[in-house]
Write a protein that binds this ligand. Structure first.
Ligand code: PMP
Length: 278
């Protein structure tokens, strides 16, 4: 079931938001975020809501609701589902007016909640994309902007055509950036846990930061540095972090099978324990 808050009311189903003349439809000025409600727990909800306000600002939009107002709405919406529901929570902020440049005062807001069970720890396959992440001086990479996803979805479509579930994207310098829709961690041959350093070209996610902190607390240091694509070919483990799947192992990279390994499993368990404490 979809439940959408829009224009002061809750609606069931996929509610139409846009008109053909809206700036967000025409020139793509919308931003969004994604969080999860897990059996009534809302892990890192506020950072996700804070990020949507920040993302809007970066595109010259003014989010019409405060973080507190959005949080209250999320709680109101979650209460409309069964207590044990696994939900996805998606705030969307979009420009409705403006010629070429969006008018900040005419910014719309919608919040959609829908059933989305947490994916199992079974793993996914990934290939190296030919598409790269733009540099911060090429695109608004500091916003979770819908328009940036034309790039990610093209990478994912190409991956699917090649028989893979996901795509790994490099940055313009040729270093590993992230998966097309989540962040990337790997465990090196020597057993070191590594994730690409935040260089502004990819979305350094909220789940990524949470997982780095959780692993740190149990004495597993995550090294944040440049990662060469060749390291993907020798890694013991590769896994993803993101609000949708939380921690998910990559079990095939190009032609090579990988273990749904102990570090990814531990990171997932630590995350789920963190959720219980929220
Ligand atoms: N990178 C991209 C391109 C994403 O779409 C996402 C999902 N939001 C992430 C990384 C992970 O970010 P987060 O953990 O904040 O959801």
């Amino acid at each position: 079931m979809y439940l959408t808050y829009f224009n002061g009311e809750w609606h069931e189903g996929n509610v139409p938001l846009y008109g053909a003349m809206d700036h967000s439809v025409w020139l793509g000025s919308s931003v969004f975020d994604g969080a999860r409600a897990m059996r009534g727990k809302l892990p890192d909800l506020r950072p996700h809501l804070e990020r949507v306000v920040r993302s809007a600002d970066k595109l010259g939009l003014r989010c019409p609701l405060s973080v507190d107002e959005m949080e209250a709405l999320v709680r109101e919406g979650v209460a409309k589902f069964p207590a044990d529901a696994e939900l996805y929570v998606r705030p969307l902020v979009f420009a409705s007016a403006g010629f070429l440049i969006p008018e900040p005062e005419k910014t719309g807001f919608a919040l959609t909640l829908f059933d989305a069970p947490l994916p199992a720890f079974t793993g996914f396959s990934a290939c190296l994309s030919t598409l790269r992440r733009p540099e911060p001086d090429m695109a608004p990479t500091d916003a979770k902007a819908s328009a940036l996803y034309a790039n990610s979805t093209k990478a994912m479509r190409e991956a699917k055509e090649r028989g893979f579930d996901q795509a790994i994207m490099l940055d313009a310098q040729g270093n590993v950036a992230e998966f097309a829709s989540s962040n990337l961690f790997l465990v090196t041959e020597e057993g070191k846990v590594v994730t690409p350093v935040d260089n502004g070209t990819f979305l350094a996610g909220i789940t990524r930061a949470r997982v780095i902190a959780l692993l740190g607390k149990v004495g597993i240091e995550v090294e944040q540095r440049s990662v060469k694509p060749a390291e993907l070919g020798t890694a013991r483990e590769i896994f993803s972090t993101g609000n949708y799947g939380k921690v998910t192992p990559c079990v095939r990279y190009e032609g090579r099978t990988l273990e749904a390994g102990p570090v990814a499993r531990q990171a997932r368990e630590l995350y789920l324990a963190f959720v219980e404490g929220c």
